[in-house]
Design a protein around this ligand. Sequence first.
Ligand code: ATP
Length: 378
Amino acid sequence: MSTVADSDPPAGTPGRAAPGTTDRAVGLDSVTRRYAETTAVDDVSLAIREGEFFTLVGPSGCGKTTTLRLVGGFESPTTGAVRLAGEDVAGVPPESRDVGVVFQSYALFPHMTVRENVGYGLRFSDPPGGVSTAGRVENLLELVDLEGMGDRDPDELSGGQRQRVALARALAPGPRVLLLDEPMSALDAQLRERLRVQLRSIQTELGITTVYVTHDQEEALAISDRVAVMRSGRVEQVGRPREIYRRPESRFVAEFLGDNNVLTGEVVDVATGTDDALRTTVSLDGTRLEVGVDPESHLPRPTTGDRLTFCVRPDALTVDGVTNALTAVVESTEFLGETTRTHLDWQGRELLARTARPLEGTVRLGFDPGDAHPVSVE
Ligand code: ATP
């Protein structure tokens, strides 16, 4: 099995909620989706909670969109089950799934006004809460900050405004789940940032369970309650943004989520430190480095002779470090505004540092053993 958030939801009868699954707004039980040559989604299990903003992130082709389409009912699993509010929705068409969907392309009707586009979201159902269709549309336009723009045509709107119309249209029937597939990828960086703040605040206000797809790791970390990192159809890790950033469980996650220095050495000594962490001494071509291993880690306890791979974030490398001193040579620098990102050579290995002051020449870097995070022991 690829991965499971929380515990495994038990299998059940189609159309009936399996015991223990009703608190899960969206569930995938060992879902696989195969096309002729490709396994787009490979034995994925997820449990997305009511009201959660849950993001699927990963490189192009890793299966994010297919996973979302399986939840929306635009695709069917080859094996496994998709559950909404605990019920197996096999054979239930998208319009009967109580989900709202926003795709990457705005897909607004050009011959309809903004108001008509939003109202189109109510073609399958009456507005929730007993309000009139017109009242519901006006409320939604206000929610997405487009009041007064109802009479405009879509081509009189900016990209960000069009995506907000698409969002209002998806929300119109009051769906239980909102599915968003790279809704901001066509927008420029500044607008994307603004829109993601707006989106998150609308989502929080409505408390609607949201599944969001992006290939942008920064966006995923910024917007989500929890994130699933996908790779080749499988889920590598599920967790809160801070958790997966600070404690990646694999080299792939460590490298996918922002810059990281990934180093491998031979374990030469293991001792228990004062903080209960295992102080593991690793030799990299004769240089001895100390790495803290969290006793709660999913990794096997390292023993002498193992090969330990660990990562250190560039901002954890400090200049004139005393612990774990590495004498490295600056190769190039990139000025990033508040910090400078520096590529260095250390014994033929590339290191990345991120410092407030630019580095040059030969520098002595160091890192705290607690800032080194092991990702594999072999
Ligand atoms: P991107 O970020 O590029 O949109 P993704 O992570 O969303 O990628 P998917 O679109 O889910 O990835 O595709 C996963 C894999 O399945 C890819 O290899 C893709 O080529 C393949 N695939 C998706 N849809 C189909 C299809 N209808 N027929 C055949 N192969 C498909």
